[in-house]
Write a protein that binds this ligand. Structure first.
Ligand SMILES: [Zn+2]
Length: 391
C-alpha cells in the first residue's frame, strides 16, 4: 500500500482501488492500494474527507492492514474510488506539526532543553520540555522559531536506514528500526517523523506561545501556529476590546484598572459590613424593645429582605445582646438564609431550633446553642413555622 502523504503532503486528491472492505458496527473499514489519508499517529490527528460517495470519519494505522479508512457506507472490493482530503483540516495539522519541529529545535538550540512529547489538540498544541524553562528562555525560543519561519527555509523529506540515521545529527534519536523517514528543516532541524509537514517554513506563518505551566518536573508549552494563531489573536482582540469598552482605559492599562477595581470592591465591602453592623445594632434596639413575651423568654421573629447571611448573623447577634431575647431572623431567597440566636441568660437551644426548622421545611443548617444558622424554603414559611414553634 502506497502512502502518498509520505512524499507529497500537498496532494489532496487521488485515485485508488479498494483492496479490503468490511462492516464494523454502523461504519465500514476500507483498505486501499494507495492513499493520501493520514492516520492518527505520532501526536497528529487523522485526516477527514471522502472516498467516492463515502465520508471518511476516522483513519487508523493498523499493524497488519496498514491505513484503515473508517467510512459511513459500504464500498466494494475491486472498485476504483476517488479520494479527497478535507484540506483546511489537513493544512491546519501541517502548520501545527511543522511549527512544532521548529519550536522544539529552537528550544534545543537556545537553551539546550529537549522535547519529551507533543500533542496536537483541536484548538492548541503542547510540547513537554525535559526541564522547567523561564519566561526569558521561552521568549528566546519563540523569537528564533519565528525567524526560521520568516526565512522560508525548505522542509524536505528523505529516507535513511537506521545505520545511516545513527550517523546523522538527529535532534532526538529514533526508537524505530528499519527505514526511517526524516524531516529536514534546512540547516536547522533533522527529525525522524511520519507526519505531514508544509514544504517550506514560511507556510507555518507564525509560531505563537499561548501559555506555559510546570509539568512533571519540566514545562508544558502551549503554542498556536498559522491559522490558529490568527484565530487566537481575533479572540484575544475581541476580549480586550470588550474590556477596554467596560473599563474605559487603554488596553495596556487593563491590568492596573482591574487591580484598582478589586481594591475598590474590597474597600466598599468593608464599608458595607461596618454600616450593616451599625444598622443591625440600631434595628436590634428597636426590635428588642417590642419583643413578644412568651413566658421563658422574649422572642423576635423577623425577616430582613435583601440582607445576606453575614448581615443577618450580625442582626441576630445584636438582638441576642439584649437580655432575655431569642431571635429568629431570615432574609430573601430560595432557600432563604436563617439565623437563630439567644441571649446568654436564656435556656434555649438555637442549634436545635435551626435543625427543627430546616428538617421541617426541607433545608440544612445547625450550630451552637447560642447561635446557629442555615437555609430553608422561603422567608414566609420560616416566619410562620417559627411563630408556631419558638416558644
Ligand atoms: Zn513531524
Amino acid at each position: 500500500m502506497t502512502r502518498l502523504y509520505y512524499t507529497d503532503a500537498l496532494q489532496t486528491t487521488f485515485s485508488a482501488t479498494v483492496t479490503h472492505a468490511e462492516p464494523a458496527g454502523t461504519r465500514w473499514h476500507v483498505v486501499l492500494d494507495t492513499t493520501a489519508f493520514y492516520p492518527t499517529s505520532g501526536g497528529q490527528p487523522h485526516d477527514t474527507g471522502t472516498l467516492g460517495p463515502a465520508s471518511v470519519v476516522d483513519v487508523v494505522d493498523d499493524a497488519a492492514r496498514g491505513v484503515v479508512h473508517v467510512v459511513d457506507r459500504a464500498l466494494t472490493v475491486g472498485e476504483t474510488v476517488r479520494g479527497e482530503i478535507a484540506w483546511p483540516r489537513r493544512f491546519d495539522h501541517m502548520q501545527q506539526h511543522t511549527g512544532q519541529h521548529i519550536l522544539s529545535a529552537a528550544f534545543d538550540r537556545t537553551c539546550g532543553v529537549r522535547t519529551e512529547s507533543f500533542h496536537l489538540g483541536t484548538t492548541s498544541c503542547t510540547i513537554d520540555l525535559a526541564r522547567e524553562v523561564s519566561a526569558t528562555e521561552i521568549a528566546a525560543a519563540e523569537k528564533m522559531a519565528n525567524a526560521v519561519v520568516w526565512e522560508d527555509r525548505p522542509v524536505s523529506v528523505r529516507f535513511a536506514d537506521d545505520a545511516e540515521a545513527a550517523r546523522l545529527p538527529l535532534r532526538k534519536e529514533s526508537l524505530r528500526t528499519g527505514i526511517l523517514r526524516l524531516i529536514d528543516v534546512t540547516d536547522f532541524d533533522l527529525s525522524a517523523c511520519g507526519g505531514t509537514h508544509v514544504p517550506s517554513t514560511g507556510m507555518v506563518g507564525i509560531i505563537a506561545i499561548a501559555g506555559w505551566e510546570r509539568f512533571k518536573g519540566g514545562s508544558r508549552i502551549e503554542f498556536v501556529c498559522g491559522g490558529r494563531a490568527l484565530a487566537s489573536h481575533q479572540r484575544l482582540r475581541d476580549c480586550v476590546t470588550a474590556l477596554v469598552r467596560q473599563t474605559t482605559v487603554a488596553a495596556h492599562e487593563l491590568a492596573g484598572a482591574v487591580e484598582r477595581l478589586q481594591t475598590d470592591n474590597r474597600t466598599a465591602n468593608k464599608t458595607i459590613r461596618a454600616l450593616q453592623e451599625e444598622l443591625a445594632a440600631s434595628i436590634a434596639t428597636g426590635l428588642a424593645a417590642s419583643a413578644e413575651d412568651v413566658g421563658l423568654f422574649r422572642r423576635v421573629i423577623v425577616s430582613q429582605p435583601g440582607w445576606d447571611a453575614v448581615a443577618l448573623k450580625a442582626l441576630a447577634s445584636a438582638l441576642a445582646a439584649h437580655p432575655g431575647v431569642v431571635a429568629v431572623v431570615t432574609g430573601t431567597g430560595t432557600p432563604a438564609p436563617l439565623v437563630v440566636a439567644r441571649a446568654t441568660n436564656v435556656a434555649f437551644d438555637a442549634g436545635a431550633c435551626v435543625k427543627q426548622i430546616t428538617s421541617a421545611l426541607g433545608g440544612r443548617g445547625g450550630g451552637r446553642p447560642e447561635l446557629a444558622q442555615g437555609a430553608a424554603a422561603d422567608a414566609d414559611q420560616i416566619l410562620a413555622f417559627a411563630r408556631e414553634s419558638v416558644r
